[in-house]
Write a protein that binds this ligand. Structure first.
Ligand code: NAD
Length: 246
């Protein structure tokens, strides 16, 4: 991969850290954006980044102006923003019958508004430079629905709608927009699930194991590569065979 400038959101999370390191190992300068973090969390992240070009930037993806300021700062400092990975995410699970408006809003704001905010600010520069790679981290829950996740599944399905529409708008300008739909991956998000629920799901995965962050990061690097310019508007499932289709 050429030396590209990459911005990854949710960068301090389980998938985010691995995505940052994989892109940096591939030669990118990486801006690792996440909510303001305490020293311990930042130090923990930095400890795994030795020798890699990764810089942490505080960012709340739900704040449109903050997203604009960070994109402008990156472009001013590095001359470009080439790769955007919308990975920030939260869950606020409840059956619809019990779901509070705040739970619905919070999930849609992070996943959908967050992706919109960053794409909206990044897209003009990518089009003008004639190169861009946007990768949106969706979920198998958006493809199949999931009990207790009407908010999350709606947001993740909506994210792929954004992916396909934006892909059409910018395809002729050298910018690709794709989604990745992970199955179940071992991160703090899935560690928060009740163990018996997680074990029951993993028992149904044809690959016979839960996914690792590296499984997803490798797919991000593949779609972000200069050579992946003919793949756009696609959804790449990375789920150990849990959901197959074409
Ligand atoms: P995680 O909880 O480990 O990390 C998510 C990160 O997003 C956290 O570091 C958090 O601080 C950050 N974040 C939350 N709100 C934010 C905001 N407003 N602004 C900026 N950052 C914010 O979760 P993860 O498992 O690493 O998930 C990463 C992505 O992958 C999410 O979009 C998630 O929905 C998706 N995903 C995960 C799985 C899985 O099994 N872990 C499966 C499918 C999809």
């Amino acid at each position: 991969m050429a030396r590209r400038i990459a911005l990854v959101t949710g960068a301090l999370g389980g998938l985010g850290q691995e995505i940052c390191r994989t892109l940096a190992r591939a030669g990118c300068a990486v801006i690792a954006a996440d909510l303001p973090a305490d020293d311990a969390r930042r130090a923990d992240f930095a400890a795994g980044n030795a020798g890699l070009e990764i810089a942490y930037a505080p960012l709340d993806v739900t704040d449109h102006a903050q997203c604009g300021a960070l994109v402008n700062e990156v472009q001013a400092r590095h001359g470009a923003l080439d790769i955007l990975v919308n990975n920030a995410g939260i869950t606020r699970d409840a059956t619809l019958r019990k779901m509070e408006i705040a739970q619905w809003d919070a999930v849609l704001r992070v996943h959908l508004d967050g992706a919109f905010n960053l794409c909206r600010h990044a897209i003009e520069g990518m089009q003008a430079r004639g190169f861009g790679r946007i990768v949106n981290i969706s979920s198998i829950s958006g493809q199949t629905g999931n009990f207790g996740q009407t908010n999350y599944a709606a947001a993740k399905a909506g994210l792929h709608g954004l992916t396909m529409s934006l892909a059409r708008e910018v395809a002729a300008k050298g910018v690709t927009v794709n989604s990745i739909s992970p199955g179940y991956v071992e991160t703090p998000m899935t560690r928060a699930m009740p163990a018996e629920v997680r074990d029951r799901i993993v028992a149904t995965v044809p690959a016979g194991r839960i996914g690792q962050p590296g499984d997803i990061a490798r797919a991000v690097a593949f779609l972000a590569d200069d050579a992946a310019g003919y793949i756009t508007g696609a959804n790449l499932p990375v789920n150990g065979g849990l959901l197959m289709g074409f």
